[in-house]
Design a protein around this ligand. Structure first.
Ligand SMILES: *[C@@H]1O[C@H](CO)[C@@H](O)[C@H](O)[C@H]1NC(C)=O
Ligand SMILES: *[C@@H]1O[C@H](CO)[C@@H](O)[C@H](O)[C@H]1NC(C)=O
Ligand SMILES: *[C@@H]1O[C@H](CO)[C@@H](O)[C@H](O)[C@H]1NC(C)=O
Length: 486
């Protein structure tokens, strides 16, 4: 999981010394509202805690995630309602007996007794939905199921709690109404209104991060709903960004291993049937005929190929570059895979383009360093990226290489990349990430120096190569002539 906060070593130390709290009496939740936006590969969960300090000098609030919740969560951030600042968040330990993970939020100031605050905790869950039924024939609709534990896990008592599930359309097939909900309410415990199902309000909920509660009172609920877009997942994304000062160019190349995680196709694929549904309107929601991706402004020379070769049926609308400080519209590329992607099918393709290096780089005279900002990834809308590898290839002979990723990678390092016409090879930065979402779109900053002599090496190498080619061409011509003579 990526915490939207980078710890300093000092804070990390205090974190290690801290033990977990499964019950805490420094706060109470006067109200908790959780909204779960169920969708495709990504589910966004927003929980607002209206908290009241029961003790003075309360500066750390603890949030808790159940086992399943924790496993699915790939993003976690906390803010004070209405404020932009993301609050520092630290791992607070794991209690294996109850299967609960704790995180500590550092509040902006120590709260006085009876002081209140509204804390908003946002998480993004991945792979939390699944197609149900698991199979669909080519013309069938698509439905998904989302299952979760109902009550918000918290080490504090809660006076009032509501849990809402919002689906993309009001077409909800079913939702669970477990009998145990009556324990905390005298009203109708669950209601549906349009595309929203509301559980609660529930009153006087005890500490939920406790064995007694989790064993006896926690409820399991499921929502089954229609989903009208393909369930797209990127199993693997490999990005290669190559910086060339000589060509004043930044080349970015992405290889995607895409998967339609929708219901598996029942029976055989019929192209005829597919073409008729395409002709008479929208194709079934579980078929992916094309996808649109956003690329940076000011790009040129795009290319798109798959395992078979170039794919020509793609459409690019480039927006002009506004320089590195200007805000500009992204370029839009509509990709049409070689075949429509049915549920359970994979598609591997490569997408590349060039950009003026000046849009991404600057030179700092004082330190003699170049600073280049490389976008972390290309977003496929609504998709999770299970595994990402990002390679940033620097100019030959670059020294003093440093990099500043927006989020802590699972793995990173510097290697050497040797290509044609290189004399000593190029330093390359490799970063690996797992389960990226739209929240992780960021920029990796790279700084380095290039010695003046290195600028000369490349033209020299190219000149040598050209001389060689020229000589070869000359020979070939002579050869040619001799053949024609025959
Ligand atoms: C906090 O609120 C409670 C209940 O309203 C009250 O009894 C108590 O005196 C308050 N404490 C302080 C320090 O204001
Ligand atoms: C693919 O397209 C690129 C650029 O348009 C071209 O240079 C290349 O030769 C093409 N490759 C094939 C196999 O058609
Ligand atoms: C798609 O890729 C996954 C993972 O590599 C694999 O398990 C699955 O069998 C592939 N599906 C098809 C239809 O090839």
């Amino acid at each position: 999981m990526v915490l939207r906060w980078r710890c300093s070593p000092l804070l990390l130390l205090s974190l290690l010394l801290q033990s977990f709290v499964s019950a805490d009496h420094s706060f109470e939740n006067t109200a908790v509202v959780r909204t779960v936006e169920v969708a495709g590969s990504l589910v966004q969960v927003t929980t607002t805690f209206a908290v009241k300090a029961l003790e003075g000098d309360a500066s750390e609030y603890t949030i808790a995630l159940g086992e399943r919740e924790h496993e699915r969560t790939s993003w976690l951030e906390a803010k004070i309602k209405g404020q932009a600042a993301i609050l520092p968040l630290f791992e607070g330990g794991y209690d294996p007996e109850i299967g609960v993970h704790f995180y500590t939020v550092a509040l902006p100031h120590a709260m006085k007794i009876n002081e209140t605050a509204n804390l908003v905790v946002e998480t993004v869950e991945t792979h939390a939905t699944y197609p149900w039924p698991e199979q669909a024939s080519q013309k069938d609709p698509q439905s998904l199921k989302y299952e979760t534990d109902l009550f918000v896990v918290s080490p504090y008592k809660t006076l009032v709690e509501r849990i809402k599930f919002r689906t993309p359309t009001p077409n909800i097939h079913s939702y669970t109404n477990p009998p145990g909900l009556d324990d905390f309410t005298v009203e109708i415990p669950v209601t549906k209104s349009g595309a929203t199902i509301t559980y609660g309000p529930f009153n006087n909920i005890p500490i939920t991060s406790a064995k007694e509660f989790l064993d006896a009172k926690q409820e399991h609920v499921a929502v089954h709903y229609a989903y009208d877009s393909p369930l797209v997942e990127v199993m693997k994304l490999k990005r290669s960004a190559e910086i060339s000062h000589w060509g004043a160019n930044l080349n970015i190349e992405d290889t995607f291993h895409l998967r339609n995680a929708g219901p598996a196709l029942k029976g055989h694929f019929s192209r005829l049937e597919h073409q008729s549904t395409m002709f008479y309107g929208r194709p079934p929601p579980h078929v992916l005929p094309s996808l649109t991706v956003q690329l940076p402004a000011g790009i040129h020379s795009p290319y798109y190929y798959d395992l078979i070769g170039n794919v020509s049926t793609s459409h690019l609308r480039t927006s002009p570059s506004q320089g590195k400080n200007g805000r500009s519209q992204p370029s839009l590329l509509e990709l049409r895979p070689r075949y429509p992607l049915m549920g359970g099918w994979n598609y591997t393709f490569t997408l590349g383009w060039d950009s003026p290096l000046a849009d991404y780089s600057s030179y700092e005279k004082a330190t003699g360093k170049y600073i280049v900002g490389i976008p972390l990834m290309t977003m496929i809308p609504g998709a999770v990226v299970d595994e990402a590898e990002i390679n940033i290839i620097l100019p030959e002979a670059a020294t003093d290489v440093d990099y500043y990723p927006p989020f802590v990678p699972t793995e990173s390092g510097i290697t050497t990349h040797v290509t044609y016409l290189d004399t000593v090879g190029r330093p390359a930065i490799v970063l690996r990430y797992g389960r990226l979402t739209h929240k992780h779109a960021g920029v990796i900053y790279v700084t380095y120096k290039v010695p003046v002599t290195a600028h000369l090496k490349k033209p020299l190498a190219v000149a040598t190569a050209f001389m060689g080619l020229f000589a070869l061409g000359f020979l070939a011509k002579r050869l040619d002539i001799s053949i024609q003579k025959k």
